[in-house]
Design a protein around this ligand. Sequence first.
Ligand SMILES: [Zn+2]
Length: 154
Amino acid sequence: MPSWSRDFVRCQSCSTQLFRHKAKGYCERCYRVEKEIQKLQDLSDQELHKRSVELFGVQPARKEYLSVAVISERYSDIKLRWLKLYGAIDRDPTILSNILVVEEILNEVARQSGRSLSFFDNKLMGVQSNMPLEQRAMMCKLMLRLLVSRRASS
Ligand SMILES: [Zn+2]
């Protein structure tokens, strides 16, 4: 039954079929992040601290901030955020009944086009009521594909 790989219907991390299966149920994009995360497991507290400052650019304020779990989650979120959103919309388009999700995607497109991150703030109220959910999902997924494929080259 699985169509994406021998054992999986879709990637276990991003829930999409956008990229080829790499290993263990992960696409090539997510597998790369998984491997990075695995490396965190072997680091000492001191190295983890250094890594988190390097990854997030801020000095962690609380001790629990340093845990491998927290760093892993944030790292995965930074690296796979738009890809995971694509998968989430694919499985449940009602996510887009929250107009802030649409706004967030558009703002990221604006940011990557050299505009400010608030370029589309408060400009989508008409979309909320007038644009059917299926069409909204289609547009959002097209924009997300653009974001995700741009990230591939960086
Ligand atoms: Zn994936």
